[in-house]
Design a protein around this ligand. Structure first.
Ligand SMILES: [Zn+2]
Ligand SMILES: [Zn+2]
Length: 253
């Protein structure tokens, strides 16, 4: 298995997982042209994708899905709650409904959805597996739950939200109501909460950890990396960062 990120943050998200000859994109918050360009950067074209799995309806995740999937006839996997946000003219034949507690397969990739607290209709995040290794991805997480800890334990690679530093958020320029939303239990995970979550996980097989969905205003890569490195007791150079502009390059699990 290998995986790459096309971009991560409130300006748009997309990640690609590859197992053998199957590739699945998780979320697409970019327009058609930009998604195509970002795929080309990692050596792929639209026809390489066997499906798109969607976490929730916020524009940075669902915003580019319908147009891209319809143009290239790519099946879209999403919960019933999230599906209500697809445009009315989206082809029903491309919709694959996800039960938030039931694993499913897309060709060579086993995909385990799990529900998360976030201010969306029926949000999920995903663990991807090929039968031997597992990649857990969680962004847009208001707060960790026991179920999240269970799903992300025993992963070989983790992409985990480090949205903000609480001091930068509260001292920053966001309106008070937005600060409350971001920091709330249905908002986004801050660096310290991400570190606390990592400490709860069974991480003995972990080979990759990447901080994702960083706020450009309320966080810095250095703060996010330091928090995760301290939680794992590892070198900071071992912790990756998914950036808004570049995401991150392919990583073999
Ligand atoms: Zn988001
Ligand atoms: Zn969201």
């Amino acid at each position: 298995m290998r995986f790459t990120c096309l971009g991560s943050g409130s300006g748009g998200n997309a990640l690609v997982v590859e197992c053998d000859r199957t590739r699945v994109m998780m979320d697409c918050g970019f327009g058609i042209g930009e998604t195509t360009e970002r795929l080309e950067r990692v050596g792929l074209g639209p026809s390489d994708l066997a499906g798109i799995v969607v976490t929730h309806e916020h524009g940075d995740h669902l915003g580019g899905v319908a147009a891209f999937a319809a143009k290239h006839s790519i099946p879209v996997h999403l919960t019933r709650g999230t599906s209500q946000w697809l445009p009315e003219d989206f082809p029903a034949a491309l919709v694959r409904l996800v039960d938030s507690h039931n694993p499913f397969v897309v060709q060579d990739i086993r995909i385990e959805p799990f529900p998360v607290p976030h201010d969306a209709r029926e949000p999920v995040q995903y663990v991807f597996g090929d039968g031997s290794v597992r990649l857990g991805v969680v962004t847009d997480l208001g707060c960790p739950t026991h179920h999240v800890v269970e799903k992300l334990s025993r992963c070989h690679a983790l992409v985990i939200e480090c949205n903000h530093d609480l001091d930068l958020l509260w001292n920053g320029s966001y309106p008070f109501s937005l600060k409350q939303r971001v920091a709330g239990r249905f908002g986004h995970l801050d660096n310290r909460s991400a570190a606390a979550l990592v400490r709860e996980l069974e991480c003995s097989q972990l080979r990759h950890i990447i901080a994702a969905h960083l706020s450009l205003q309320n966080n810095t890569p250095a703060l996010a990396v330091a928090a995760l490195a301290e939680a794992l007791g590892c070198e900071e150079s071992w912790v990756g960062v998914a950036t808004q502009h570049d995401g991150f390059a392919w990583r073999d699990v």
